[in-house]
Design a protein around this ligand. Structure first.
Ligand code: ADP
Ligand code: MG
Ligand code: MG
Length: 208
């Protein structure tokens, strides 16, 4: 995948977030403050506007730009977290003009590590990490077994979907939902859900 294609994939993510912003906000209404979809849609709309300015750069510059834009426009907990993720991925792809399976897996690993560090969270705390960590493991396993980037992302998205279902079964110990304690049980985490949507959109829009 080249820079142009990645920009198209990011535009597709912006569209998915916009289409699902009400549902994401509704999920956040149940266990948070009801702004996750609105926050993310505002951020990705700003990203989409800036995409043409990165069209002739490299993958690292594009991803870093996306991250910086998200940090400055999304707000809340998820803005700095997703922003850090894209910026870390960008640093892992510095100067690259082609993204293949192994490079994607390395970039995703840097992104997930960045989220863990920034949010001081780990798996099992009912956050976006419960979608992203299993997804990363699936992507790495797929790449190691020689699957294409598209197949790896399909496996990653499937693992993220299962991770979203898992968040319904656990109590939140990070973020606003943690204020609810046991009352957070039974609800799916909004950030895990948006992470799953992003991976699913990438899998759908990447060429074979
Ligand atoms: P806020 O809670 O500030 O309103 P959002 O609603 O945009 O922010 O995002 C909430 C999501 O952020 C949660 O559903 C969760 O997935 C994620 N989140 C919150 N805190 C953390 C954390 N410390 N580490 C990882 N993810 C987190
Ligand atoms: Mg919120
Ligand atoms: Mg908020």
């Amino acid at each position: 995948m080249n820079t142009q294609k990645l920009a198209e994939v990011i535009a597709a993510i912006a569209k998915t977030i916009e289409e699902n912003k009400e549902f994401l906000t509704q999920l956040d209404n149940e266990i948070g403050d009801g702004d996750h979809g609105i926050n993310l849609a505002r951020g990705f709309a700003a990203v989409e506007q800036k995409l043409p300015t990165w069209a002739n750069t490299d993958i690292g510059t594009l991803l870093k730009g996306v991250g910086m834009q998200l940090v400055s426009t999304v707000g809340g907990a998820s803005g700095p977290l997703y922003g850090t993720a894209f910026m870390k991925a960008g640093m892992a792809c510095k100067g690259m003009t082609e993204l293949d399976g192994p490079a994607f897996a390395a970039a995703m690993e840097a992104a997930v590590e960045g989220i863990k560090m920034r949010g001081k969270a780990t798996e099992g705390e009912k956050t976006m990490l419960d979608a992203l960590c299993p997804a990363l493991r699936a992507v790495k396993a797929a790449v190691e077994s020689g699957k294409s980037l598209k197949e790896a992302l399909q496996d990653g998205a499937a693992a993220a979907e299962q991770g979203v279902a898992y968040t319904k079964t656990i109590i939140a110990t990070k973020g606003r939902a943690s204020y609810l304690g046991e009352r957070s049980l039974g609800y799916q985490d909004p950030g895990a859900t948006s992470s799953w949507y992003m991976l699913r959109t990438m899998a759908e829009h990447i060429d074979e």
